[in-house]
Write a protein that binds this ligand. Structure first.
Ligand SMILES: Cc1cc2nc3c(=O)[nH]c(=O)nc-3n(C[C@H](O)[C@H](O)[C@H](O)COP(=O)(O)O)c2cc1C
Length: 644
């Protein structure tokens, strides 16, 4: 497949864009000023081939700031902006637009912390922020429009090639557009034309201050997915008015703060799930239209443009997972693309604790992302002999990174396939992108010349024969199998069910409400096997993101899966389990199989053999004390292997 549409140059206003792959605005969680880390972050995406990168949101007033790290647009910021824009422009042909923003009623009080009150078209608090907001007077609206205009000029002076108004996701511009939160009776409320006026006047103001030739695009939510919110037809009408006002392009997203789980959708949403909204809008305007939503596969992106449903494809989390996505597409190396699986584990707001001294956005499967100035693949001064035992994610990451730095790397895997526990993790519904990650890591191991021994259980002698300087023990974990008293019900491991090694019963009972247990239940739903879950804690562990939690809870409700939380198993019976709970004892019956999903314990059979060896030994991933191959193992592997 040639991806000729994705690679075709385009134009936004009169700015040439070298291809159709765009990185949308995404907060990087750095300091609140443009800085060398941000410059390196954006430059990496430009180098990686994105035709256009859009900055994270920058605010026009303090009242409109959405999170503490958001930059307030001012002339003092111009040197910082220039640092970022010139870093991007070092890559020939790369373009960068500034995202200009005001959070409206979605300004968070904790963010403001200054006694400032969020301002909005009408005094209706945000469903999340739950704070009183100030209804702007007509004069205040006109003053704010002027500030948007001046912000555009600052963007231009800062070296940006254009700007994007962030009028999507329920922020101020969207609030003016939507009658459910705009109850005004002046020229900014009421009719659709009046509700579009704020946006149209902002466009005109930017053109006035920054120049007619300075491209202005606008991010909108095609469908806001809230009661009485805008649907795609009405949004399209407003887009037509914005085009008349001089708009140069549209970025069609989805949702508001009331449903952020759709805005950055979890893995169960397929690539391009929001494309039809872009298409409906494209039908009514004559300016370029961009589509966003889980694009992680070049063929889906190519198809969207080939079908004429959009002109550009935005890749948010995919550009975090793999900044080199466009270059890999262009040079026919798609098998090396590290796909975004939509887990939001390290790019989500709850993920900034991995390296507290540098709490930037990153990716579980690409720890280099967001750490461009700190974690790099550089040719090793003294190439070493590296042995890796265990070809799961942590082992594969250590292997390819060390090999890419020029070390000689040998990897042993006792199974007939690489991936380790990822081979289990990829089996439940909507997790097949994990298989693509295994394939990408495998391709990277091959590319950098890792010598791989499959079906080979390494032992002390075979390792010593290789005379390694560095040894990575990444032998993973084994499932916990407690020895409960059992009156006769068959007991199996969730890993074996998920891997197709044992057939699930007609009505099994899952023990363990961690993610594996929950995803096993989802797998059983897809196998038409009704099930229930026993969890000793007061709640289950509902996955890596709010979106995943909501999805699983909805599925369980629809398929009558009961989670018996606060239930501690005492023994298994002929047809279920007796559990201890706050009321005493409960007998759960009517089942024909127990499926254990109680986590794993480290498996490190070679640790003792090398405890005193004159070799640098790293025990990481599930084999080590920290555990969590996905959360810690890959990250540890990258940092260690890049710094041998
Ligand atoms: C860490 C993170 C930060 C984000 N920050 C912004 C932002 O500053 N401005 C914006 O318009 N959207 C923001 N978004 C939304 C993304 O631009 C994008 O629309 C969303 O992630 C869906 O695209 P994807 O499925 O390709 O990731 C952010 C998303 C993430 C994951």
């Amino acid at each position: 497949m040639k991806y000729s549409h994705l690679l075709e140059p385009g134009k936004i206003g009169n700015v040439a864009v070298r291809n159709r792959m765009v990185m949308p605005g995404m907060v990087t969680n750095t300091t609140g000023h443009s800085n060398p880390d941000e410059a390196a972050w954006y430059a990496a995406r430009a180098k990686g081939g994105f035709g256009l990168v859009i900055s994270e949101y920058n605010c026009v007033t303090m009242e409109g700031i959405a999170y503490p790290g958001e930059v307030l647009i001012s002339e003092e910021e111009i040197p910082g902006y220039r640092l970022v824009t010139s870093a991007v422009h070092e890559t020939e042909g790369a373009k960068i637009f500034m995202q200009i923003h005001h959070a409206g009623r979605q300004s968070f009080g904790f963010t403001l912390g200054t006694g400032l009150v969020g301002e909005a078209p009408s005094a209706i608090p945000c469903t999340n922020a739950r704070q009183l907001v100030h209804e702007m007077s007509t004069d205040e609206v006109w003053t704010l429009i002027d500030k948007f205009g001046r912000a555009g000029k600052i963007a231009r002076d800062g070296g940006f090639d254009g700007c994007e108004l962030h009028f999507g996701h329920g922020y101020l511009g969207a609030e003016f557009m939507s009658s459910y939160i705009n109850k005004r009776t002046d020229e900014f409320g009421g009719t659709l034309e009046n509700r579009a006026r704020f946006a149209c006047e902002c466009i005109k103001a930017i053109k006035k201050y920054a120049g007619e030739d300075f491209p202005v695009i606008c991010r909108v939510s095609g469908d806001e997915l809230v009661p009485e919110g805008r649907r795609v037809g009405e949004t399209g009408m407003i887009c037509m008015l914005m085009e008349e006002a001089g708009l140069d392009g549209l970025n069609v997203s989805i949702g508001t703060y009331a449903n952020l789980t759709e805005t950055s959708a979890p893995g169960f949403r397929p690539a391009g799930f929001n494309l039809d909204a872009a298409y409906e809008i494209k039908k009514v305007v004559n300016i370029p239209v961009m589509s966003v939503g889980r694009y992680n596969d070049p063929s889906v992106a190519e198809l969207a443009i080939t079908q004429g449903k959009c002109d550009y494809v935005l890749m948010g989390r995919q550009s975090i997972a793999d900044p080199e996505f466009p270059n890999k597409v262009a040079s026919n190396r798609c098998e090396e693309i590290i796909p975004c699986i939509g887990c939001s584990t390290r790019c989500g707001a709850n993920a900034f604790d991995m390296h507290p001294d540098h709490p930037g956005v990153s990716c579980t499967f690409n720890p280099f992302s967001g750490y461009e100035n700190y974690l790099q693949i550089k040719p090793a001064e003294q190439p070493k002999n590296v042995v890796v035992v265990g070809g799961g994610f942590a082992g594969m990451e250590a292997a390819w990174v060390a090999a890419a730095c020029g070390h000689k790397v040998t990897l042993f895997e006792k199974a007939d396939r690489l991936g380790g526990q990822a081979n289990v993790a990829m089996m439940p519904p909507y997790k097949s992108d994990i298989a693509r990650v295994i394939a990408a890591y495998t391709a990277l191991c091959h590319k950098y010349g890792v010598e791989i021994h499959m079906n080979t259980e390494a032992d002390k002698n075979s390792i010593l024969e290789l005379n390694p300087d560095v040894l990575f023990l990444t032998t993973g974990g084994i499932p916990i199998a407690p020895n409960f008293e059992n009156e006769g019900i068959p007991v199996v491991q969730s890993w074996d069910v998920l891997q197709g090694k044992v057939v699930a019963g007609e009505h099994p009972l899952i023990i363990g409400g961690g993610l594996v247990g929950l995803e096993t239940a989802e797998y059983l739903i897809s196998q038409l096997r009704p099930t229930d879950i026993v969890e000793m804690n007061e709640d289950c562990s509902w996955g890596s993101s709010e979106g995943e939690r909501l999805h699983l809870q909805k599925e369980f409700k629809a398929h009558d899966v009961t989670c018996y939380t606060g239930h501690k198993v005492k023994r298994f019976t002929m047809d279920g389990a007796v559990c201890e709970n706050k009321d005493g004892e409960a007998a759960l019956s009517g089942y024909d199989q127990i499926i254990l999903a109680l986590g794993s314990r480290p498996y490190n059979p070679l640790g003792e053999d090398f405890a005193d060896a004159d070799i640098k030994v790293h025990v990481i991933g599930d084999a080590g004390q920290k555990g969590g191959a996905f959360r810690y193992g890959i990250d540890d592997a990258a940092w260690l292997a890049a710094n041998l």
